[in-house]
Design a protein around this ligand. Sequence first.
Ligand code: SF4
Length: 368
Amino acid sequence: MRKLAPDFKTIADFRRDNGVAIVGACRAFALLCWETGLFQARLVALDGSKFRAAASLKKVMGRREVAEEATRLDAKIVAYLAGLDEADMAEPDDEPQAVQVTLAALRDRRAELDRLAARFDDEERTTFVEGEADARPMGTRHGPKPPSYNVQTAVDADTGLILHHDVTGEPTDRRQLHPMTSATKQSLGLDAITVVADKGFDNGEHAGACERDGIVACVPAQRTVNNQGDGMLFDRTAFTYDHDTDTLTCPDGRSLVRKQLQRKDRNVTYASPDCSGCVLKTRCTTAKQRFVTRHLDEDARNRMAARATTEMMRKRRCAVEHPFGTIKRMMAGGRFLTRNLKGTRTEMALSVLAYNILRTINLRAKPD
Ligand code: SF4
């Protein structure tokens, strides 16, 4: 070849024009490993990790940022118009072209901000990343939240091969358990599958859906703290559910009855009809009566949590850390070069394919 190699543009064009085929090749390779018996899928570990989008933190726009920039632009436009009037009066035949061009650019940007402001309501979003429509600000609760994507992987716990992956704009893993597991199960043509994930994947609705689809999920419960009062009030676990009467029994032995069903979240709210005279009231609620919510799939969720033993969680940790570590090293610390879901999905499929090929070579090289 005399060192003939494609330049960066050729590679970028190839990646842009063949996204579907690249994602397909990645899936086909995992399937090939399955069909040749390289892994048994006895236990699948799920995990999600944030990868930086190709946009800076400054590109994150909330309603406040849009309003502030609009105010600044309005002031600038008024100042330019005043300048134009003055110039017009001084030299009526001389049109200051540069000012007209700047004014047009300011007006374009102002119209763009109006369109962005309208999208907050239309799409029920609180932020947008300019130039990276599918990315979301993601990070820790109090730390910076740079524009990022949430990459999901389903890893075979025995071999470390990635069986399925996805790139999403979801800031958390809360809604990934069922879609990721059922996609893995479907792609391998399995009747049943056992999956383990950390508590970030805990979701009552998904626990129920997994049970109905023959998926044995092991996910610890993410218990919420009762943040009313000083945060030391009884949490939900202090209330016992009775299936026969569909009531909860409080620590004082009184019944909380069904009050309301939130169909969208599948949460049922129970309320104590009368808390008067209760000696535990100061430890239970600061309100007149106590309300407790319970998910319709709470039993499935409890069973899912009970299966998440210490040993299961240890296996999960061993399985999921290696793939993300290797892929982030390949991708300059976990940064996408491409934009939007279409581009990032192709880029991630290339990385996963490269990781799986390397992993296969290493597994084959292992002495029996
Ligand atoms: S405050 Fe009400 S719900 Fe809480 S323990 Fe007392 S009686 Fe039960």
